[in-house]
Design a protein. Structure first.
Length: 273
């Protein structure tokens, strides 16, 4: 079989936490970047890398009967600008999951309340959040996702202490940016989802373009399902970094490898093992 690309785990601190290290390269000639040689992931600290193992599941793959995704989408959250691409994004995900053995629960619009989302989190192995997000730099655990009736706080998700959590896909702006004033243990949304029990997290370093998000999500989940099937496994976090690498590569092919394209594809990052 084709050899997998090498993996790199970045553990930046201070001002480096705000830089897209996975996109480092030359942009004035052949546009060669880190992603041409390796698949990148980020970790908030070394301890995260050491403890994110999969002793009972090969490479993080779930059994085919055990995978389910909670999809929370907010195309028109009160008090926030509209996200019309969310409708296409969710439709693309459901098209893929319906063709696989993975089941989904979709909460959208006024059905996506904070209480309903929290009640649904423990019974789902993965979550996809397509909504606005915000970070509280002074109180990181107060960061969260904008739902119909308020903020789904990171502290509330962590309190659920999920034991079987696999993957969190945070299709929202400001989900992985750090703050140079915070310590190495700084909590942002992506690292917070790892702390909540998710083994892998897909997030964004800055605001993403609504027009591209649906295709990135579609390519990601389609590749994740393919990789899981290849190993006779199900939908899990073990191959999420590879799936994102593929999806971003597809996006990069559309927007180009130059500086303008960089702002479109570079925000997408993977956290975890």
């Amino acid at each position: 079989s084709e050899r997998r690309p090498s993996r790199i785990w970045w553990c930046p601190t201070g001002p480096l936490a705000s830089l897209p290290l996975h996109a480092a390269g030359t942009y004035d000639g052949d546009h060669t970047t880190t992603r041409d040689f390796a698949i990148s992931s980020y970790i908030p600290n070394i301890a995260t890398l050491l403890k994110k193992t999969y002793p009972e599941k090969k490479d993080g793959a779930l059994t085919k009967d055990g995978a389910n995704i909670l999809i929370v989408s907010q195309p028109a959250t009160p008090g926030h600008c509209r996200l019309p691409g969310v409708l296409r994004e969710v439709a693309a995900i459901q098209e893929i999951t319906q063709a696989s053995t993975c089941t989904t629960l979709h909460l959208e619009g006024d059905k996506a309340t904070v209480k309903t989302a929290l009640d649904s989190v423990p019974s789902h192995t993965s979550i996809h959040l397509a909504c606005h997000a915000s970070q509280h730099l002074e109180e990181p655990l107060e960061s969260g996702f904008a739902l119909h009736d308020g903020k789904l706080k990171l502290s509330d998700i962590i309190r659920e202490n999920m034991q079987d959590a696999e993957l969190a896909f945070l299709s929202a702006c400001q989900t992985s940016t750090g703050d140079e004033k915070l310590s190495e243990e700084a909590m942002h949304l992506a690292a917070g989802m790892l702390a909540a029990g998710y083994k892998g997290v897909v997030a964004t370093m800055w605001s993403i373009k609504d027009q591209y998000a649906p295709q990135v999500a579609k390519d990601f989940y389609r590749e994740l399902v393919r990789l899981g099937t290849e190993e006779n496994g199900g939908f899990g976090a073990g191959r999420a970094a590879e799936a994102l690498h593929y999806a971003v590569g597809e996006l990069q092919a559309k927007v180009g490898r130059g500086e303008e394209g960089l702002l479109v594809w570079a925000p997408y990052v993977h956290f975890g093992r």
